[in-house]
Design a protein around this ligand. Structure first.
Ligand SMILES: Nc1ncnc2c1ncn2[C@@H]1O[C@H](COP(=O)(O)OS(=O)(=O)O)[C@@H](OP(=O)(O)O)[C@H]1O
Length: 298
């Protein structure tokens, strides 16, 4: 990973000296009494706040500058869906991205869907071979909307992150001091059904990653006999407890929104919430107006 950009030098972070206030606020004034001196000390930190319009300030309230770098004003993903593969993440992504204020990365090299991308693979091993990579951190952020637009949530829904033990570390390193801010969506499906769905997809795609003639039932039998797993680790993909343990070592467990797939695709049947997705989205949009990550919003 590249080193995090160095913090801006103190002189750059410091706001220019304010002119003498006309209304008796003594910021920038010479303190002439003890009382004024105390007031001045308290007021000083406010001087580093950006001088932006009231509307923009309201929008930015509660957002956090990741790098204190005003050259880039794009917002990183604050709400990644990390898995699991074949657990209805595409359905989730579709309903979610149609909600107001929700943004997916728009990748110029992607032809379909106007470049909108559910799966970015930025924190995956694949990222190293792609146009996006951790080495191009700034380039990645440019694909997200700018701060202070009507953005509530920006997201990356790459379901392979959950199973990849390295993705948690990459994300934690990337966010650094702000790693307590993102919230991760995890949809989980009954593991054998998940594996079968994945197996079928690999067969249909003809990836060549399955041994010739192997049926799903033969695969399960071999797994039960000697722990055999395919090259794509289809059985490992369903071992959520082990995977989440790695994530919980990097992030606090309260940062994970974990939902069994059956509740997501058929909430009525379980009498949970009449419309789980939209309720969830509304709640999250509210939450992320407060907690979203952004870069350079000063
Ligand atoms: N609404 C609803 N109801 C029932 N089942 C649903 C629904 N949405 C998605 N699915 C099933 O989820 C499987 C695809 O999951 P993903 O979209 O996560 O796949 S992927 O990882 O993005 O490739 C895939 O499972 P299989 O059909 O067993 O392959 C989809 O049928």
């Amino acid at each position: 990973l590249p080193a995090r950009p160095a913090a801006a030098p103190p002189s750059a972070a410091r706001a220019p000296r304010a002119p003498a206030g006309p209304r008796g606020d003594n910021i920038g004034h010479r303190a002439t009494s003890c009382r004024q001196r105390v007031h001045r000390v308290r007021a000083t930190p406010q001087r580093v706040l950006p001088r932006v319009s009231a509307g923009a300030r309201a929008e930015a309230r509660g957002t956090i500058c990741a790098w204190r770098d005003t050259s880039c004003r794009s917002c990183s993903s604050s709400f990644p869906a990390i898995g699991a593969p074949k657990a209805s993440t595409t359905t989730f992504a579709r309903s979610f991205r149609d909600s107001a204020g929700v943004y997916l990365a728009r990748l110029p090299f992607k032809k379909k869907a106007g470049g909108l991308s559910k799966e970015v693979y930025f924190f995956d091993e694949l990222a190293e071979d792609r146009a996006l990579s951790l080495q191009k951190k700034g380039a990645w952020l440019e694909f997200y909307p700018r701060c202070l637009e009507e953005r509530a949530v920006s997201t990356d829904m790459t379901p392979s992150y959950l199973r990849n033990t390295w993705s948690a570390g990459k994300i934690a390193e990337y966010y650094g001091d702000l790693k307590s801010k993102p919230v991760f969506v995890v949809l989980l499906r009954e593991p054998v059904g998940r594996a079968q769905s994945h197996f079928n997809q690999m067969e249909e795609l003809g990836t060549g990653l399955l041994p010739k003639g192997l049926t799903f039932s033969g695969f399960v039998t071999r797994y039960l006999q000697n722990g055999y797993d395919t090259e794509k680790k289809l059985m490992w993909c369903g071992q959520y407890a082990k995977q989440l343990r790695v994530w919980f070592q990097r992030f606090h467990s309260s940062q994970f929104w974990i939902c069994p797939m059956k509740y997501h695709v058929d909430p009525h049947r379980f009498g949970i919430v009449p419309d789980l997705t939209s309720t969830f989205v509304r709640w999250r949009i509210w939450a992320f107006r407060v907690a979203s990550l952004c870069r350079g919003c000063t």
